[in-house]
Design a protein around this ligand. Structure first.
Ligand SMILES: *Cc1c(COP(=O)(O)O)cnc(C)c1O
Length: 457
């Protein structure tokens, strides 16, 4: 097989600011060892998130100039609406400023106390919006998805029998909708199979429940189906995406992921009444229904991004470049969640630093070392993010201690990734010298964003 090359040429560049190890040691100290408190221009390779960090194409930038800023009925809205309809087939397309705004509008209408929302795994903003409405968010991830060391094709699948039992137990009248997240963000973007979506749909149909897709990475999921699921090799990614959405009654989307833009999102659905209520709430909180908190130019860039994201040369490069990083780390003996997902590599900090206990934040130790060693910014997903204390003040660790390296779309080339691999191997060699950390300040909620740390030497 020939080398898979970046399927684009570079027309505009943004310089990277280089720093020395000593400077980074200082910056890290000044940021209290929390990567969220670093200035972005002191980072060499930024793998904090794949959200809103995509490089836009020349056609998207042309669309930015071409955006129609009319308050109502902008031509950019109609182009956006048509692009979303072409992929999803839904009747009502409601623009929002990002994914969580779509969630807020949806769950304000269908959630509330006494209601339950099942999902394969709720993304954190989705869970927060369900819970903020007063409803309960329940995850039904298939057993295989819970084992980081097992390789399987579709580790994002929903546990369908568990879903059905839950519906029977709680009663259909208390479940306004079932949601499925593609790819499953938690765990690095593990895909969901078409077979699984069909099975979930069959259960929804049996109980008369609507199915909604959290569609942030619908194109990456469709590409995995094409590569891994029998019967889809000869279908286009667009056809696969269309089939996926054909089983659903609606979708929420953060355009900051698979629409290749820096801001935007939408809610799409078929139900007349619910669409009317959602639009009314949109007008109160986001803006009129033909712009929804975005500028006309943003809608234009989303429409163009949705055309580009289903390009299979792009998706081949995208999925392969994440897999390449995973393969190299595995062959250096560095423990990661297997197989690599669509948008990120997760390091298994428990196996990386077996001598640092969860309450001394092994993931945070790796994050600090990656920055100091090579200016790479990653994020801890473990005890810092989810650790808590029980009623006796005893520390309760989450099941996994992870470090996420999320790959921005179309931003870094293979040599950037090779550099990340080099730095990672260097850090892994020095793992016995790496300290645990303690927290010196934490906020009462979502502490990972603002917490301050100190190394325990
Ligand atoms: C990012 C994301 C969201 C929320 O979108 P925002 O644009 O960040 O508000 C919801 N679900 C999933 C799976 C996501 O990855």
């Amino acid at each position: 097989m020939k080398n898979i090359i970046e399927p684009f040429k570079i027309k505009s560049v943004e310089p990277i600011t280089f720093t020395t190890r000593d400077e980074r040691l200082n910056f890290m100290k000044e940021a209290y060892y929390n990567p969220f408190l670093l200035r972005a221009d002191s980072v060499i390779i930024d793998l904090l998130t794949d959200s809103g960090t995509s490089a836009m194409s020349s056609k998207q930038w042309a669309g930015i100039m071409d955006g129609d800023e009319a308050y109502a009925g902008s031509k950019s809205f109609f182009r956006f609406e048509e692009a979303v309809k072409k992929i999803t087939g839904f009747k009502y397309i409601i623009p929002t400023h990002q994914g969580r705004a779509a969630e807020k509008i949806l769950f304000t209408n269908v959630g509330g106390p006494g209601k339950y929302i099942p999902n394969n795994t709720h993304f954190d903003t989705t869970r927060a919006n369900v819970e903020f409405s007063g409803a309960v968010a329940e995850d039904f991830l298939n057993e295989i998805g819970k084992h980081p060391e097992i390789r399987a094709d579709f580790k994002g699948n929903m546990d369908v029998p568990a879903l059905e039992n839950f519906i029977k137990e709680k009663g259909v009248e208390n479940i306004p909708l079932v949601m499925i997240t593609v790819t499953n963000n938690s765990g690095g973007g593990q895909p969901v199979s078409m077979q699984n979506i069909r099975e979930v749909k069959a259960v929804c149909k049996k109980y008369g429940l609507p199915l909604f897709i959290d569609a942030c990475r619908f194109a990456e999921n469709s590409y995995f189906i094409k590569k891994r699921e029998p019967g889809y090799q000869d279908k286009s990614v667009l056809e696969i995406a269309q089939e996926m959405f054909s089983y659903a009654d609606g979708a929420t989307m953060s355009a900051k992921k698979d629409a290749l833009v820096n801001i935007g999102g939408f809610l799409a659905l078929n139900d007349d009444n619910l669409a009317m209520n959602c639009r009314n709430l949109l007008i109160v909180t986001e803006g009129f229904s033909t712009y929804g908190g975005l500028a006309g130019r943003d809608l234009e860039a989303i429409a163009q991004g949705l055309e580009e994201i289903v390009d299979e040369n792009y998706l081949q490069y995208r999925i392969r470049s994440v897999e390449y990083l995973g393969e190299r780390l595995i062959s250096a003996g560095i423990p990661i969640i297997e197989p690599p997902g669509g948008h990120a590599i997760y390091l298994d900090a428990k196996r990386f630093l077996p001598n640092i206990p969860p309450e001394q934040f092994p993931g945070q130790s790796i994050v600090a070392a990656l920055y100091i060693e090579g200016g790479i910014r990653a994020v801890e997903i473990g005890s810092v993010m989810f650790g808590r204390y029980d009623e006796h003040g005893k520390y309760v660790a989450p099941p996994m201690e992870l470090v996420r390296l999320a790959i921005p779309r179309r931003v870094y080339t293979q040599s950037h990734i090779d550099y990340v691999i080099e730095v990672m191997i260097e850090v892994f060699k020095k793992r016995n010298e790496m300290p645990g950390y303690k927290i010196t300040y934490e906020a009462p909620m979502l502490r990972h964003f603002t917490a301050k740390f100190e190394p325990l030497f």
